[in-house]
Design a protein around this ligand. Sequence first.
Ligand code: ZN
Length: 144
Amino acid sequence: MVAGWFAGEGDDFRLLGTRCSACTSVFFPREDGFCRNPGCPGGDLDEVPLSPRGRVWSYTDSRYRPPAPYVSDPGLPWQPYTLIAVELEAERMVVLGQAAPGVSVADLEVGMEVEVVPGVLDEDAGTPRTTLATWCWRPTGVGA
Ligand SMILES: [Zn+2]
């Protein structure tokens, strides 16, 4: 599901999008077929790393188990997680992601700077537990 959406490790970890050579629109999740800008004649879509930092646009605390068809084992406790929508200024887009482990809504403010870090999606999706590499947003400690 997330193949080719990010690359690198540690400080070099980046989300990967694609950029249209004709209109410079950036897409994430990556668009490899054709430019989705209706006013664009169409250009080549080249892979580009996205800005590693952005600002919190909104966030939400997912306290409740998502309804069907979300697959989760009702016998296991639901792990709440915090979702953050981050505005990337250069790309003029908003990218959703989970907050880094230990970061709760109490730690977040709209406008706060966050950076992308590697993460693990640990879903209660049956046995064996599925663990997927993903990305998280972590506050940099810089206020609005
Ligand atoms: Zn385009």
